[in-house]
Design a protein around this ligand. Structure first.
Ligand code: GLU
Length: 442
């Protein structure tokens, strides 16, 4: 059974990079019929806010990524305490007493000597007396995880074989002097406790993974599989600040449909082409970490807008009915849909159907339009009135092509282009069509 988790910290709104990670976790789980968990990483009580928890839930729901369960780290401190105590007892976690200033000075000295700024483990070398003295002086330790010297390796589902020499990494701090938790250890404790089989996250976490692989082992668990995806870049090709502020609120304002986000984010950065779909089933079926590339995935808002239009052209009326103008019918939606880039534009085209419209006629077209009104009045409106109208006028006037169609379109819709007249004219109906042609004929 596959179990994944999406683990945001509720310290802000989800941005497009987060949405992509959530989506991939969800898709992988759906593909295998597993469980997708939302884990709220709220150990930082000061920066975490309830409104962001609510926003995270709402954003996932909007995208259709419904979690099979939700957990909150703030409700799990007792477990962290217990597992932490085990690691302290086994010597894998140790107290360290340096102040930030002392650590900073050490780093500067190392860098000055051309050495990598790796923690020197001075805390491990403290004698019992020295430690007792620090404690007596009221110095509260922070806590570090002691990395073992064994090489760290894992087969990343995206990056392939990964190898780290622990000697190149500082023993990570897992708990602050005030007792609060850093992200690394609670995450591992939770991944074990929740039976997480796959950790899917951004490649900015690769060095965390190196340390976490050893934490899993120190806690007696086999590490899960890891998939670290290349980060998103903006259309200009650079890691952009703007991406960090693009989230669901922005996309909704822009008239972007959730299916467009899903379609695009499922595929960018992979070898599979972007396919605009309403139902993600084919994307899920084809989802494969082996198709992900190592190069950054390019997120382009113009591409998203294009995908969005193609999604809208497939959306059935019942999916959009609540957002379309009153009185609009499924037939109306089907006629207008191919012309939309946003659902909100449906109202504009519907007003063309219902009128009133304003049209301008050139002198040359007046007689022609008067003739059109006369033909329209007599037409059998039940079949294909546009075809019947234009065929009759073509024979009667010898007009063809643009000279035939454009004055009619202008007179009937007030515009030079728009939805297919074959679909639109039956919606406009005989009475309105005749009146508009009469008006235009002047
Ligand atoms: N809370 C962490 C983050 O938002 C979770 C990372 C992870 O998936 O383990 O970066």
């Amino acid at each position: 059974m596959i179990v994944t988790r999406f683990a945001p910290s509720p310290t802000g709104n989800l941005h497009v990079g987060n949405l992509r990670t959530a989506l991939h976790n969800w898709m992988w789980t759906k593909k295998h019929g597993g469980r997708f968990l939302l884990r709220i990483d709220d150990t930082d009580g000061e920066r975490s806010e309830e409104r962001y928890v609510a926003a995270i839930r709402a954003d996932l729901a909007w995208l259709g990524l419904v979690p099979d369960g939700e957990e909150r780290q703030s409700a799990r401190f007792a477990l962290y305490e217990a597992r932490f105590a085990e690691l302290v007892a086994s010597g894998r976690v140790y107290p360290a007493y340096e102040t930030p200033q002392e650590l900073d000075l050490k780093r500067k000295i190392q860098l000055g000597r051309g050495l990598p700024p790796i923690y020197d483990r001075a805390a491990l070398a403290l004698t019992d007396e020295a430690r007792a003295k620090l404690e007596a002086d009221g110095v509260r330790p922070h806590w570090r995880f002691r990395l073992s010297a064994d090489p760290i390796q894992w087969d990343d589902l995206i990056r392939g074989a990964q190898r780290f020499d622990p000697a190149t990494i500082s023993d990570p701090v897992v708990r602050r002097a005030d007792g609060s938790w850093l992200y690394l250890l609670p995450s591992v404790i939770d991944d074990i406790d929740m039976g997480i089989t796959h950790v899917v996250r951004g490649e900015d976490h690769v060095s965390n993974t190196a340390a976490q692989v050893q934490m899993f082992e120190a806690l007696g668990a086999a590490p899960p599989a890891f998939a670290h995806e290349a980060l998103l870049t903006g259309s200009e090709g650079k890691l952009s600040k703007r991406l960090g502020s693009l989230g669901v609120a922005h996309f909704r304002d822009e008239g972007i449909e959730p299916q467009a986000i899903v379609s695009l984010l499922a595929r960018i950065g992979t070898s599979d082409p972007v396919e605009p779909v309403v139902d993600p089933a084919p994307l899920i079926a084809a989802f494969d970490f082996a198709h992900f590339g190592r190069a950054p995935a390019r997120f382009d808002e113009a591409e998203l807008a294009g995908v969005n239009a193609k999604v809208i052209h497939q959306l059935p009326f019942d999916a959009v009915a609540s957002r379309t103008p009153a009185g609009m019918t499924a037939g109306g939606w089907d006629a207008i849909r191919p012309n939309l880039e946003r659902v909100a534009e449906a109202g504009d085209w519907w007003s063309v159907v219902e009128g009133p419209i304003a049209s301008e006629t050139t002198e040359d077209d007046r007689a022609f339009l008067a003739q059109a009104a006369a033909v329209a009045r007599e037409l059998d409106w039940s079949a294909d009135p546009w075809h019947a109208l234009t065929a009759a006028l073509k024979t009667a006037t010898e007009r063809k092509g643009k000279a035939l169609f454009l004055p009619l379109r202008r007179a009937l819709t007030g515009r030079d282009h728009g939805p297919d007249m074959t679909a639109l004219l039956p919606l406009i109906g005989r009475d309105r069509a005749v009146a508009r042609l009469d008006d235009a004929a002047g």
